[in-house]
Design a protein. Sequence first.
Length: 266
Amino acid sequence: MSEKNEILEVRDLRRSFGGVQALRGCSFGVRRGTITALIGPNGAGKTTLVDAVAGARRPQSGRVVFDGHDITGLPCHKVALSGLIRTFQISREYPAMTVLENLMVSPQRQSGERLSTVLLRPSRFRAEERQHLVRAVEVLAEFGLYEKRNDYARDLSGGQKRLLELARAVMADPRLLVLDEPMAGINPALVDRLAEHIVRLRDERGTTFLMVEHNLDVVERLCDEVVVMAVGQTLATGTMAELRANAEVVAAYLTGGVPADVRAQG
């Protein structure tokens, strides 16, 4: 464990697509029990970075260390089993299942996934299913979705789908939750509700968050630390107040500026 108590360490990640360098040696850390924002202009490489961290894309070099273990290049399901759960820019609920069913299938390592347990140890399977049902009902109540429990997920509003996705992630019992633009496309009232849930999960459950977000007002309200990316590199880290005073950060957002070392390479 590092001196800064980092649960996630990203070390010199690099990834190219043809002649395009999406990640140019990106490095940063996320401290345990914090909400860290990952921000930057469009094309900065944020989604590619999140894909690399969560196992959706293998970096060509560099390392991802989660809770002291090297998870570089592991497939998504193994990364998730380690306790790092990721959500997406577009909600990925199971549309033909009810809201309650969406939560019931979210816990990991369910004994019902093995046919031998269902057939040979049915009492164990039923007991575990009851436990998941109790917890799912509790989580739905926490997120204000209990009244929607029997509705099909496809019938929820965009904001409700965002809440459902976060509730599903909670059912997977994450230690680090990576949120990819969670506030995109939802109304201000639901933005406030979602923000409250994120803070509550950090304070009450100790969940750590890495959040890609374009809404800088939300970032300033929620986040303990902010990581700025530009053209595939980590440009700066700090609080929003500190970053506003950073000329390179302002240039990256307002004028499309790039770091000096990247300009030199060009």
